[in-house]
Design a protein around this ligand. Structure first.
Ligand code: CO
Length: 457
């Protein structure tokens, strides 16, 4: 029997795309045991923006969240998203930090690490892949899908072969903007399957309305696993719905392994919360609709909902169209980086600066400056030479892997916090400010409880 498996994204990408990653542990806790027995290939539940969001907005220790999910889902493969040398942050970390982060992620419960580099510069994922395999977890080597004059089918197949040679166990095609058409997905999956022996996983978003068709054609071409979200957190900037795709695949004679009653139960657990999010405005109906503009602008789900949120906060939502027009221009200037974190934020923020200041590149963000210096890796195309000259002056951009220029990152932080666990050290390195606030608060709470007990006696 033909077979296709599912990765459920409600705990990570779906909520990141629709409600800016604000779902607290208590909300999804009641769904965990059902998710665990519903027959998924994996549960994507950690990494991406969840780590930052836990510390910054939800007052949760991200490591503890992972351990709790692990405990509640003993039968499932837990999956995380990792930005290679960037880990979960926006800059490149030294190798010792990357290795410890991967090791601790696996120790705390992760089975599968989907590893990508925003520029598809594979030098930037090599260390994370190596450490993942070394720790007995599955390294899913990821191709960031995008369209541009410099991204071709042959180029993507070449990346897939390089990933296979690197030792990854699966290949993931990551279409973060939901711009991969059914035809492109069919051709790409087929070409990769013909050239590489590994299972192929397809990740897309429904932003442009292509997602459902794209997954169907990808599976027809031989894709082994698809990413979907339980229906009440599906569609729009999120993934296609789990229930719908299962329905279609079963009609075509695929064994999906999913227990539909359990998936329905999961959906009924999340539905009241989804309704609350709509009522409170946390979920913007714009994110749930189909936006074909993204076929031109190539704005990923998370980026689009963030831009809308930022412009709404600034009471400048009327500038949205201008920002969306400026975005591809900035992207071309930077040599067509795929619009995925952190490039999506970088390009989006620079486009906002260019529109708000009324003059292009009047102000250049530090991130774009670092990018032009070569600190993020090799651009897929050619960067705008005038812009590079304006920013760098006579300084030459680097050509080596940026992490090779960094000294080890652990000793200094370990010396500063001698009593901290490895997990706390890593939180402090990745998100220094948020971690400081979080751990300080936790310390204060501990002391408060203590005083209270004394008074009671
Ligand atoms: Co995504």
């Amino acid at each position: 029997m033909k077979k296709v498996q599912f990765t459920e994204t409600v705990l990570r990408d779906a909520q990141q795309s629709l409600i800016a990653t604000r779902m607290p542990f208590e909300v999804f806790e009641p769904a965990l045991s059902t998710l665990d027995s519903a027959g998924y290939y994996s549960l994507e539940c950690w990494g991406g923006a969840t780590f930052d969001s836990c510390l910054r907005y939800l007052d949760e220790d991200p490591w503890e969240r992972l351990r709790k999910i692990r405990k509640a889902c003993p039968n499932s493969k837990l999956q995380m998203l990792l930005r290679g040398q960037n880990l979960l942050g926006y800059k490149h970390y030294p190798d010792d930090v990357v290795r410890l982060f991967v090791k601790k992620s696996v120790e705390n419960g992760i089975d599968i690490i989907r590893i990508f580099d925003a520029l598809n510069d594979l030098r930037n994922i090599q260390v994370a892949v190596d450490e993942t395999v070394k720790n007995g977890a599955t390294a899913s080597g990821t191709i960031c899908y995008t369209t541009s004059p410099v991204h071709t089918l042959d180029q993507f197949v070449k990346i897939a072969k390089e990933l296979e040679n690197m030792g990854v166990q699966t290949i993931c095609i990551k279409d973060m903007a939901g711009i991969m058409s059914p035809k492109e997905a069919y051709e790409l999956v087929k070409a990769i399957k013909e050239n590489v022996k590994l299972p192929v996983i397809v990740h897309t978003h429904s932003t442009t309305g292509l997602g459902y068709m794209t997954l169907l054609k990808a599976v027809e071409a031989g894709a082994d696993v698809v990413d979907t979200a339980v229906s009440c957190f599906s569609t729009g900037t999120s993934q296609p719905a789990t229930e719908t795709m299962r329905y279609v695949f079963e009609q075509y004679g695929y064994d999906t392994g999913l227990d539909i009653e359990k998936v329905n139960k999961v959906n009924s657990i999340f539905k009241p919360y989804r309704n609350e999010c709509l009522k409170s405005g946390l979920e913007n109906p714009i994110s749930m609709s189909t936006d074909t503009d993204a076929l031109n602008y190539q704005i990923p789900g998370g980026m689009l909902s963030n831009l809308i949120k930022q412009l709404t906060d600034m009471k400048k939502l009327d500038k949205l169209d201008e920002v969306l027009t400026e975005t591809p221009k900035v992207r071309a200037d930077l040599g067509y980086p795929p619009l995925v974190t952190p490039m999506s934020q970088m390009v989006g923020a620079q486009a906002m600066l260019n529109v708000m200041s009324g003059e292009r590149y009047k102000t250049v963000s530090n991130e774009v400056k670092a990018y032009l210096k070569g600190e993020y890796g090799k651009a897929p195309g050619t960067v705008n030479a005038d812009l590079q000259k304006k920013v760098l002056g006579d300084e030459k951009p680097i050509t080596c892997r940026f992490a090779d220029t960094l000294k080890p990152g652990l000793p200094e932080v370990k010396e500063k916090y001698p009593d901290a666990t490895d997990e706390e050290i890593l939180s402090r390195i990745c998100y220094p400010q948020q971690a400081e606030t979080y751990y300080k608060k936790r310390e204060e709470e501990k002391n408060r409880t203590y005083t209270y007990k004394i008074e009671k006696v």
